[in-house]
Design a protein. Sequence first.
Length: 284
Amino acid sequence: MVSEHSKQKIYFVFFQSTMILSVAILLFVLIFIFYGGAGVVNLNFLVNMWSHREITQGGIFPAIFGTFLLAVGVSVVSIPLGICTAIYLNEYAKENLLTRTIKLAIRNLAGVPSIVYGIFGLAFFALFLKLGGSLIAASLTLGCMTLPWIITASEESLKAVPNSFREGSYALGATKWQTIKTNVLPHSFSGIMTGAILGLSRAMGETAPIIMVGATFFIAHLPSSPFDKFMAMPYHLYILATQHSSPYAREYALGTALVLVALIFMLNLGVFALRYNLRKKKAW
């Protein structure tokens, strides 16, 4: 019979091994991308317009710029709507069958494949609303895709605030909104922003939805209107890796992947630093 002490050692070794394996896989992916793409990443690669015929003479600035505009559009669409929805569901809505059904539906939508959102965006935004293949159609499509993530993360952050904070505010005569604004949101803001940025990071790396609603591999100019087509790094990377005939395509694909990973890493790092500073100020 195995003793409890031996079981503890077995479980410890098992969980430690899975952790080491996970970290090793992630490091392998990062090293592979860095080793294959670092050689092409320089200032010209980052700031020059794309050269379709001779890719070594151009850069990926239009793809970086398009990805940035897409991130801004998704943020405007999904973050305010997601946070406000989470506030209503957690602070105002009564706990009943309808509310539980809505929450379950939101969590299920977070797991829907991105290609399904792409088809929805094509049918509704591009065709029904006649937005066509455009930056605004792509932003709305990805905004719908990230909305369940932001609602769920925001709701969990709001739940983490102790009820005593609310009760103390009510006891002093504060209204529901005053309590939310001064006692709940400041203490849940770091978690809300973390969820929002994780959802935004996922949107920045998606390829399938934007193929259907406006992304293109090459345009000779930067988008000047929300109704223009645009370049984006995920789609640019996909075409280079699978369809471009240049012998340098694979190297430039890995260079694009390296830039995309670096941008998402810096975005997350900034939010984690903000969350750390906000949590240091909490006095619970």
